[in-house]
Unconditional design. Structure first.
Length: 733
């Protein structure tokens, strides 16, 4: 333990009622506190512990305790004072025995007693006359010499005063006959008064007045108002206060010190001295306080009940925006807040998912943002994937798109790449790209492989011959005859290729002619491969205008592909990302937090006074004592409010008169409560959990004001339903 306070003694003035008195210093036993009674004169009476007074509490307490005086009889009467002080005996009772057990507590207590005894002696010395430390030894007087000099100076003053009076009398006697005597007397009077003043200065120049005696706790949290009491306060003296940090004000004997913010516990000091009669000045009194850093900590989570915590609820007790919560109070100052709410509607109904996309009947568009249980993405492609004559693959513009890829066993010649059989074009004009062509150097068979996120079994496929419009009919017919004659379609199940359909001796191809082939299949394969072993003209060059894979037995449904490369795994829950706005409102404890709310303008309104008529009392809503939102919206302009009065009308309404800080240019036609949800987050986070979309905001820093103890939240969004509104806060105790 340590001794961090020098608080002793303490004086109280009797009121004829009080018999319990607080002492602000530590004692180890009841015998170590003394008490005296005085009446303002030099006479004082020492009280005896046990018979005159007794210790009620606080023995061993760092911050003191309480004594009772008197034990019996009437309380301390008005005009009399009781002074409590510490009196540590001048003995040392701790004996340390060699090789005996060691007690740190007893050793600390002995050290503490030693320090307290030093403080006790210092307090006694502070009540004596003392020379400045720089006064030369030869100029220092003993107490007896000092008293003799004081008596001599007093005698000089009296002699000078007597001479002045004699001069005045002589001057009066000869005034009529000799004006010069009057002048001489006046001069003599001035000289006598000067001598008197000089003697007074000499007689009192070594006198001092008692320094202020300061009492306060030894530690306090940063930012708090810390009271320091001047125990020997005197109305006739001036007090000068200096602090090492923060700010202060003083109300009579109480100094209200607003402690500074600190990084780590820090010692700060307050200095006080007093002056009297213009030239008497006390020594400085110093008090040290350990200013404790208050760590920022997570506060309680504010949860707004789904059944009663919001102003716009649907029949199933779900939040229907626009809506705002009720207000929630916190015991401590709120430094920052983060909002969270769950969206329970708006989930996209889907049929099947892959890690590259999903099929759904929901109407979505390319570019729509999505929130999934695997992350956030957007739609970069959409097309029909089910039903008769519908190609399962997207329209390709390269070898890969939307998770699908197309390869061939032959070299891809520029302008005749294999992916062009999926580009959605049949006619080949001079402006359109050429179709797949294997060139003379190719050797049959040619394999075309298609891989991608197949969600439904393929049960059909269609082959279309090339149709060129940029040449004569003979050439066009020659190109068409390069269509497949013998071919096989297979599916890959992850381990092996499985033959699904095989065709032989297919002929009769004309330019742009399509042939469709069906087969039974209920397996979803990862890849499909068309292997062409012969063409109709029995040559070695293969030309194909279009190839379609068809999930004929699947529903007429759309497929939406994820942008980029998709996800590591297939998501199961998807929400369309909506434009959501969440706003935070703050206030003092008990202050109403509203969005903008129209009010009725009452009769008698002027440019400086606005009258509001309402079926409910509005005074404390409009002008809350110590609130943050004492303002009004007048014709769209926010104006400050100074005060408000209110009367109850006979028709069970209220008329509230609101007085403005600055007068308006004209009486407004429309008035409203200004929007008190003033804090808007910079960013939002979206995540899917338990089939619900959790929307949360970044942490919003609030103004540094210890009065901020109340929060509410508002949500503005499309026609979705929400629940479980929460605010996570950080606070300072």
């Amino acid at each position: 333990m340590t001794v961090v306070s020098n608080a002793s003694p303490v004086t109280y003035v009797g009121d004829g009622k009080q018999d319990l008195f607080f002492y602000s210093f530590k004692i180890f036993s009841s015998s170590e506190i003394g008490a005296v009674i005085s009446d303002g004169s030099s006479e004082q009476t020492e009280l005896i512990h046990g018979s005159d007074f007794q210790v009620e509490s606080g023995i061993g307490d760092e911050f003191g305790g309480v004594i009772r005086y008197p034990i019996n009889g009437k309380p301390l009467p008005e005009g009399k004072k009781i002074t409590l002080y510490r009196k540590i005996g001048f003995t040392q009772g701790l004996e340390l025995v060699e090789n005996d057990s060691f007690s740190a507590g007893l050793l600390n207590e002995a050290f503490d007693r030693s320090v307290m005894r030093d403080q006790q002696l210092q307090e006694q010395l502070s009540r004596t006359f003392m020379y400045d430390i720089s006064t030369p030894e030869e100029e220092r007087l003993s107490p007896q010499q000092f008293l003799q000099e004081t008596v001599k100076n007093r005698d000089k003053v009296e002699a000078a005063l007597s001479e002045s009076l004699q001069a005045r009398d002589i001057s009066k006697a000869y005034k009529k006959s000799a004006g010069e005597f009057c002048l001489a007397a006046e001069e003599a009077r001035k000289e006598a008064e000067a001598a008197r003043d000089s003697a007074l200065r000499i007689a009192t120049e070594n006198y001092t007045i008692d320094p202020p005696f300061l009492v306060a706790s030894s530690s306090a949290p940063e930012g708090h108002v810390y009271p320091v009491k001047i125990m020997n306060w005197n109305d006739g003296q001036d007090y000068v206060v200096t602090v090492s940090g923060g700010s202060f004000s003083r109300v009579d004997s109480i100094i209200l010190w607003t402690l500074p913010k600190v990084d780590g516990d820090t010692l700060h000091r307050i200095y006080v001295y007093t002056t009297k009669a213009g030239y008497l000045r006390s020594a400085d009194s110093e008090f040290t306080v350990n200013v404790l850093e208050v760590p920022v900590q997570d506060g309680p989570v504010m949860v707004f009940d789904d059944e009663s915590g919001w102003d716009n609820l649907t029949g199933d007790w779900k939040i229907n925006p626009p809506s705002h919560s009720v207000s929630a109070d916190n015991d401590n100052q709120i430094l920052s807040a983060r909002m969270e709410i769950k969206q329970i509607s708006g989930r996209i109904d889907h049929d099947r998912y892959s890690r590259f996309g999903f099929s759904s009947v929901s109407p979505l568009n390319v570019g729509d943002s999505l929130i999934t249980d695997c992350g956030e993405c957007s739609i970069d492609g959409s097309w029909k994937v089910g039903g008769e004559e519908v190609n399962y693959l997207p329209v390709m513009d390269d070898f890969t798109r939307c998770g699908f890829s197309v390869t061939s066993s032959t070299e891809n010649i520029y302008g005749h790449e294999v992916w062009k059989i999926f580009d959605g074009l049949i006619d080949e004009s001079e402006q359109s790209a050429d179709k797949f062509h294997s060139f003379q150097a190719a050797v049959l068979p040619v394999a075309i492989t298609i891989s991608g996120p197949f969600l439904y079994p393929i049960t059909k496929y269609s082959i279309t011959s090339r149709k060129i419009l940029w040449s004569d009919q003979e050439t066009a017919d020659i190109v068409a005859k390069r269509a497949p004659r013998n071919f096989t379609l297979s599916g890959y199940n992850g381990n092996e290729w499985v033959e699904l359909d095989s065709q032989q001796e297919i002929s009769g191809w004309a330019a742009g002619h399509s042939k469709t082939f069906s087969f039974s299949n209920d397996i979803i394969y990862q890849k499909y491969r068309l292997v062409v072993s012969a063409v109709e003209n029995m040559g070695s060059v293969l030309d194909i205008g279009m190839l379609q894979l068809i999930a004929a037995d699947s529903p007429n449904i759309s497929y939406y592909s994820f942008a980029s490369a998709g996800f590591e795994t297939a998501p199961e829950t998807v929400f369309k990302k909506q434009d959501v706005l969440m706003k935070l409102g703050y206030g003092a404890t008990g202050e109403k937090i509203y969005p903008e709310k129209s009010l009725m303008l009452g009769e008698g309104s002027t440019t400086s006074k606005i009258v509001i008529k309402s079926p409910v009392s509005m005074k404390n809503i409009i002008c809350f004592p110590g609130g943050f939102h004492n303002e009004l919206l007048c014709d769209g302009v926010v104006v400050k409010i100074v005060s408000a009065d209110e009367v109850a009308n006979n028709d069970r309404t209220f008329s509230t008169s609101v007085f403005l800080e600055q007068p308006l240019s004209s009486v407004p036609t429309e008035i409203a409560i200004a929007d008190r949800f003033t804090e808007v987050p910079e960013s939002y986070n979206f995540a899917v959990s338990d089939d619900k979309l959790i929307i949360s905001t970044n942490e919003i820093a609030l103004p540094a004001d210890t009065a901020i103890r109340r929060l509410a939240m508002e949500i503005l969004a499309p026609a979705e339903k929400f629940e479980s509104g929460k605010i996570f806060i950080k606070e300072k105790p």
